[in-house]
Design a protein around this ligand. Sequence first.
Ligand code: WT7
Length: 655
Amino acid sequence: MSETQTNDAQGLSSQLPEGGFPPPEALAAAANAGPDTYERAAADRVGFWEDAARRLDWDQPWEQALDWSNPPFAKWFVGGKLNVAANCVDRHVDAGHGSQVAYHWIGEPGDTRTITYAQLKDEVCKTANALIELGVQSGDRVAIYLPMIPETIFTMLACARIGAVHMVVFGGFSPDALASRITDADAKVVVTADGGYRRGAPSGLKPNVDEALTKTDGVRSVLVVNRTGQDVEMTEGRDVWWSDLVERQSTEHTAEAFDAEHPLYIMYTSGTTAKPKGILHTSGGYLTQVSYTHWATFDLKPDTDVYWTAADVGWVTGHSYIVYGPLSNRATSVMYEGTPETPHRGRWWEIVQEYGVTILYTAPTTIRTFMKWGDDVPAGFDLSSLRLLGSVGEPINPEAWLWYHKNIGGGRCPIVDTWWQTETGGHMITPLPGVTKLVPGSAQHPFPGISAKVVDDEGNELADDSTGLLVLTEPWPSMLRTIWGDDDRYVDTYWSRFGKNVYFAGDGAKKDADGNIWLLGRVDDVMNVSGHRISTTEVESALVSHPTVAEAAVVGATDPTTGQGIVAFVILRGDAVDRGEELVKELRLHVRKEIGPIASPRQIMVVQELPKTRSGKIMRRLLRDVAENRELGDVTTLTDSSVMELISSKLPSSG
Ligand code: WT7
């Protein structure tokens, strides 16, 4: 069983032009990256990244582009010095673009702020001076626990400006999770807010910080942004209001140049063990790659585009493609605080219409939610300003791709399906919108200057049309440099399976006969049924291609006969009727038809919700626990832990 989502695509082949959707002619003619981009990178990989680095302002040029003498510890642009914040802000103001809008910020309750590059410079300088007054020095770690408000960006850039290392913790994390991250990073200062707006109500953040700080020592100051006006407790001598400290600071601050390898930030991500990994990114290489990929993958035209990454700044997508990539390219961005259904399900489309958004970047899970809400919602708005769409975070099933293409992109916008990770810092596998013929469901090709391969368990590169593991065979500028405080874990997790020169991504992948790479989900989510490898994603993709299904999650549950059995959890579309056993039978048949009898689920359960992390990833691990009648594992990272009780109650007593 080696077929993958291509089956699904074949099932939808009537909607696909031969060989894929070609780039729109006008876009291709004026695209930032053309076929020659691949050629240049292939001819001189490191030289290509040096050219990309020259798009930035360096206070001191590098002596050596790449030092890979001690793998897997890479150094990029050795000897070079730059200031990341000055590259994102000051240089645009100096070049006469101070009045250009950097962010159209939209609060969930409907309040708005427009921030130009000149204003951004003032705010970043004030925040930098405030952090200095709190005693923050170069190399110190600053924890940021804020909602989607401009102060989050001011604080990140202020840290970068003074050489402090920011550690943003997504506002949805619990006090425990915050405390463990503060302890691990040894942060001295926390920046938070009285609250933020989510789903129509102010949420508390400061109380979480207060609780977290009972579980960790070492934090000496808490800076509190005034956002909601909720009553919060302020601890004398430790806590200070943003309005008291930052507002009185000078807008003058001279940025100092830091080494290219100076730490920029830590972002925690979960691994296979309970302890989250602090992924460390540094300055010159990181900014080079996020800046270049943002410019090339999204074909960003700073004078005319209105760019929107609809993700939370608390994740790597936000760091690279709300903050550092767009600002380094002098983009005008939209930043939205709230959820897509507040106050109504058309909120995003209203924003696109009002601000004339031209480029939209979001996740498949959100796209499938919009599918569930129905075509009518986006159809009620003028989305004609859009010219390019992006997808990130998980494989996008062809059904969702085509829905996005038609209902949001009006059939005219290319979709770039970008594969990358917290660890990779920037895009790694993606189509280029002015070059690639788009194949729905596949991330297609390594970005220019990136070396990705599909290998077998021994690390041998596989022939086209076979399924294996994704590896990266050359270092890249925005790669993680280590796991904070744990070099051994860094080596073990990523650089041991196939030796110290090969990065093991943890994803299954297939290269098809045309050389397109299809990501098949984490390898721990790959099922083995009767000796056949089947990706959970593959079965999910088949299920959601059925007209009644909005979303599906599939797990491999231990089975005495077949090794693993496929258990599927599905959410029906709003207009579909749950016809009980009859529908389940129909869905099983549909999967047999789409993929083959081997992929037919042992069990299909219709549920109302799926357990998701706050970043929108389905927690298959918990579903596997349910499917195998086990005690539930750790549910602390779920958005809503009651979801699991609902699902468990649906389950017949044995699997
Ligand atoms: C994992 C990384 C990249 C920022 C957001 C997630 C999956 C990500 C894709 C894609 C298929 C994808 C992979 C990867 N993934 N993008 N376009 N197609 N899978 O970052 O939380 O570090 O997760 O997300 O499984 O390993 P992350």
